[in-house]
Design a protein around this ligand. Structure first.
Ligand code: FAD
Length: 481
């Protein structure tokens, strides 16, 4: 633990390195940069915030912190939902937000090298300017950094077609706890030379090193997409619909997202009194389906073929009572409006201080699990509104409990904490994961054992010790202690 003298020595050294505009040691910015979007009620205690602009500055900051025994919280867009970018122990917060330049776009290799703080949206728009696509996509893309998304192995809405962030990382440069710089590829498609250390940093939540640069892979975007929203009578029907759509060989599905009726109600409430529901009759669940239009000399013909295939498939689903109603977006604006119903859920629930759980289940057991989860909530907290949405095509559910209006948030969180223990035990019984895509951070470290066995946990701790023997990188995250 650093003494006052050590903090003073560190801030003097960093002031000389960065100047007063790039080192914050007091004021509201300590709280602002000291936390992410995790809803754990943790007290934020950041000692200072440093804003490097070059890799060499990251190295100098890491070395100065090590010399003065001050721990570091690497910080990206602070959109993380597990408290992994929250400083609670007097750490220095190392914000990568000023390292926001795209460094190189190689169209032949289809790769893009970026500084850590380039946002996902910047990556997507830069790729689109040369007709390419970075397919990892989620609602926080305007703020989330590429390095933050690597550190959390972010998923998002198109995993069913394109996979996770892990599948799109060609290389990276990482500053180690010692201050040394590790170069982890980027230019090679094939490189079978022993352990792939790059993979260790993906999902490491800032505990193994500071990612300074990332090289991502890019791909050809589809010629177009078609979007439909379906009203679905039950959890079981959601899965039946998924199996039906997936087995229709001619359809290439790029998203299959589910949302409860309560999610739609909250989105409409957030938009204001004249916002209209998508269907005249409410259904318990909705599914948003996106299908890709392949490249063809005759785009309109290809589009019409995908559209008739999707309509036929949903007609069969209606005949089998898997859906009650459906809407197709026939213009880009209508498609955006349907997507907005899904993407606005996070912001719309925010005023209700939701307790969130992001879990993964074997796809075939999603409906059975959801029924067990609903029974658990109604038994333990019958007055609490429980809402489920998520990337059902990946078995990934976001389970939300809303804090009742006017009730004490701290008391609500305490009750949720007791429920968490039962929830994650339930997830284990269904052979699921306590975190599908948001990571562990501070929020789930007490529940990691439900998904990882003792041997795995011991190996994970040894990996942490090998990279960061003094425990200076994001202490307390993932494992606690
Ligand atoms: C509205 C909303 C929707 C979301 N939807 C999804 C979704 O669909 N799918 C999904 O997977 N996630 C989703 N998320 C959460 C997602 O994990 C984060 O949005 C994002 O991946 C984290 O990036 P960030 O730059 O904000 O990182 P931060 O929150 O700043 O940090 C997250 C972790 O990464 C570490 N980190 C950050 N930068 C670095 C670095 N340079 N080097 C080393 N470690 C670093 C931090 O220490 C921390 O452990 C959503 C979040 C919000 C708010």
């Amino acid at each position: 633990m650093a003494s006052k003298t050590m903090y003073k020595a560190l801030s003097d050294e960093l002031l000389a390195l960065l100047g007063p505009a790039r080192l914050v040691t007091s004021g509201p910015d300590l709280e602002f940069y000291g936390r992410d979007r995790g809803q754990g009620g943790w007290e934020v205690r950041a000692a200072m915030i440093a804003f490097p602009e070059r890799v060499e500055e990251i190295q100098a900051i890491v070395r100065a912190c090590a010399a003065n025994d001050v721990a570091i919280v690497p910080s990206g867009g602070r959109t993380g939902l597990a408290g992994a970018a929250t400083a609670t122990r007097g750490e220095l917060v190392l914000s990568l937000s000023r390292m926001n330049r795209v460094l190189e776009l190689d169209e032949a290799a289809r790769t893009m090298r970026c500084q850590a703080g380039v946002t996902i949206e910047q990556v997507q728009t830069t790729a689109a300017e040369v007709g390419l696509m970075y397919p990892v996509d989620y609602a926080a893309k305007g703020s989330a950094h590429i390095a933050g998304s690597v550190a959390t192995n972010a998923g998002g809405v198109r995993v069913v077609r394109y996979g996770l962030t892990r599948d799109w990382i060609a290389g990276m440069r990482v500053v180690l706890a010692s201050g040394e710089l590790l170069e982890l590829g980027g230019g090679l498609v094939k490189n079978n030379t022993g352990y792939d250390l790059r993979q260790l940093f993906i999902g490491s939540e800032g505990t193994l090193g500071v990612i300074a640069e990332v090289t991502v892979k890019l791909c050809t975007p589809p010629a177009g997409t078609l979007v439909a929203l379906c009203a679905v009578p039950s959890d079981a029907a959601v899965l039946e619909l998924f199996a039906r759509v997936r087995s229709r060989g001619e359809l290439v599905i790029s998203a299959f997202e589910c949302l409860d009726h309560g999610c739609i109600e909250r989105v409409l409430e957030h938009r204001g009194s004249d916002a209209a529901p998508p269907f005249a009759e409410a259904s318990p669940h909705y599914v948003l389906i996106e299908a890709e239009v392949p490249h063809s000399a005759d785009f309109e013909g290809a589009r019409e073929r995908v559209e008739s295939e999707l309509i036929a498939c949903l007609g069969d689903a209606a005949a089998a009572a898997e859906i009650e109603d459906a809407q197709f977006a026939s213009t880009a604006a209508q498609a955006r409006a349907l997507w907005a119903l899904r993407e606005d859920i996070g912001e719309s629930l925010h005023p209700h201080h939701p307790h969130k759980a992001d879990v993964a289940l074997p796809i075939g057991r999603v409906a059975e699990f959801t029924a067990a989860w609903r029974a658990l909530v109604s038994e333990r907290m019958p007055e609490i509104e429980a809402l489920c949405f998520g990337h059902v095509g990946d078995g990934n559910l976001h389970l939300n409990l809303l804090c009742p209006r006017g009730s004490d948030h701290a008391a609500f969180l305490e009750r949720c904490h007791a429920y968490d223990a039962e929830l994650y035990a339930l997830v284990e019984r269904f052979a699921g994961s306590v975190s599908a895509e948001h990571g562990i951070g501070l929020l789930k470290r007490d529940y990691l054992h439900h998904t990882r066995g003792p041997e795995e946990l011991a190996l994970m701790r040894s990996i942490k010790a090998a990279f960061d023997p003094r425990g200076l990188l994001n202490p307390g995250k993932i494992f606690g202690g």
